[in-house]
Design a protein around this ligand. Structure first.
Ligand code: NDP
Ligand code: HSE
Length: 441
């Protein structure tokens, strides 16, 4: 059987893993795909690296354009990363009638609408399983496995670096900077780790999942993004005492208010009950919880990064494209799960309109009447308290911490209450505000 020819752009961590797994499992993959999948050409700036990995089994070049214009190449795999040259190469490949497989979440979250429109016009596929949660087949699950459902919400630990940092801070009491250095050494972090710790990488992945779950365009610019850099170890400890763990979650929800739908799209540190399975996802592992109206809650767990776990997803896409490339484009699964002319312009809700529960930590003077002042402000803003702890002041200490968990409240009311509380003379520092999700319905 004639092999399908693949051109690989970038043979770094994921590209190298893809080359090796494809070679190691060649016969198994061929039996599944129906014909051999052969990486016949590799482009990388680092020719020495390309030589070492390919060992003479593919033509190598440092000119990526020569791959996307090569008439013998059927599928281009883009594993360079970023939104510069990668965008140009992907669009050039599509314009040359090539199918594309990519793991590049930044590219799809920011330029996906342009890329999918170009692919639609040319009748080619752009497959991107590896772009979200590495080896976990979450794109397949959302696009195909759950297709009967009206998806209600998704909450995911979709960045391994930050989950690793939070786990190590909680378990070993290590400071943030030390654990971040470990995450970089272990190869979990992006080239620029601020993408991980500021929540940007998770926001890219959330943008892609929300588009597929709700049938909306990619809207990365509308994601509310807060990372973990300002998270204090003391809050991890207090959360634990209250029966919660703090995770960096990407959350997207469909909400109906006054007969109109809106979509929440947010990444932030979140308290979740310790008894939930997802609260126990530790280290660099990823997990995505999806709530559909028919199926209920489903949970997907596995390695969200690394050479071979990510290669597993890249190769799954290669097999799909190999099976489907001769099919009429009408018979393929649409890129964003919904037919392109059926995408909706459901508005993304501003953060001020989001309704959730809150964790508030206040540092106050240890004197009578303080609590009454604070609870009055909260009540005036329609915020009711579900649980509270007050730390006993230490010997000679004049200040103490009050920690409150609220019932469901509107973000704008919490913002207003915090401003008023911080203006009280008895309140000695900024109020720490974290969001809390029960994740039960
Ligand atoms: P790497 O940096 O390890 O590999 C990228 C390779 O592309 C490098 O060898 C780089 O060379 C090369 N390259 C850069 N520019 C060009 C160019 N113009 N032409 C040819 N080659 C070029 O990245 P990763 O493998 O880690 O990531 C690849 C993609 O996969 C990214 O989009 C990333 O976000 C995504 N991803 C990564 C995961 C992971 O675990 N690493 C998990 C999921 C997705 P040089 O180093 O010399 O610049
Ligand atoms: N830096 C990313 C993470 C790599 O930590 O999850 C996988 O996308």
């Amino acid at each position: 059987m004639k092999p399908i020819n693949v051109g690989l752009l970038g043979i770094g961590t994921v590209g190298g893993g893809t080359f090796n797994v494809l070679l190691r499992n060649e016969s198994e993959i061929t039996r599944r795909a129906g014909r051999p999948i052969r990486i016949s050409k590799v482009a990388d700036k680092n020719l020495e690296l390309a030589r070492q990995v390919t060992q003479g089994r593919a033509v190598i070049t440092d000119d990526a354009t020569s791959v996307v214009t090569d008439p013998d190449i059927d599928i281009v795999v883009e594993l360079i990363g970023g939104c510069g040259i990668a965008r140009e190469l992907v669009l050039a490949a599509i314009n040359n009638g090539k199918h594309v497989v990519t793991a590049n979440k930044a590219l799809l979250a920011t330029h996906g609408n342009e890329i999918f429109a170009a692919a639609q016009k040319k009748g080619v596929m752009v497959a991107f399983e590896a772009a979200v949660a590495g080896g976990i087949p979450i794109i397949k699950a959302l696009r195909e496995g759950l297709t009967a459902n009206r998806i209600q919400w998704i909450a995911g630990i979709i960045n391994g670096t930050t989950n690793f940092i939070l786990s190590e801070m909680r378990d070993k009491g290590l400071p943030f900077a030390t654990v971040l250095a470990d995450a970089q050494r272990l190869g979990y972090a992006e080239a620029d780790p601020t993408f991980d710790i500021e929540g940007v990488d998770a926001a890219h992945k959330l943008t892609i999942m929300a588009a597929i779950a709700f049938g909306i365009p990619m809207q990365f610019d509308k994601v509310h993004v807060e990372g973990i850099a300002r998270l204090d170890a003391i809050d991890i400890k207090y959360a634990e005492q209250l029966g919660y763990r703090i995770k960096l979650l990407g959350i997207t929800k469909r909400v109906s208010r006054n007969g109109a739908d809106g979509i929440e799209l947010r990444v932030h540190p979140t308290l979740i009950p310790s008894r939930r399975l997802i609260a126990n996802v530790e280290g660099a592992m990823n997990a995505v919880l999806v709530q559909g109206d028919a199926v209920g809650a489903t949970l997907y767990y596995g390695k969200g990064a690394g050479a071979e776990p990510t290669a597993s997803a890249v190769i799954a896409d290669l097999v799909d494209v190999t099976r489907m490339h001769t099919a009429d484009p009408e018979h393929r699964v649409p890129h964003l799960a919904f037919q392109p002319d059926a995408l909706m312009d459901t508005p993304i809700l501003p953060m001020a309109e989001v309704e959730t529960r809150y964790y508030l930590r206040l540092s106050v003077s240890d004197q009578p009447g303080v609590l009454a002042d604070i609870t009055r402000i909260l009540a005036d803003q329609h915020i009711s308290i579900d649980a509270m702890i007050q730390r006993e002041p230490g010997e000679g200490e004049e200040q103490t911490d009050i920690i409150m968990l609220t019932h469901l409240s509107r973000e704008k009311h919490v913002d207003a209450a915090i401003l008023l509380i911080e203006a009280l003379p008895v309140v000695k520092s900024r109020v720490t505000r974290l969001r809390l999700e029960e994740l039960d319905k």
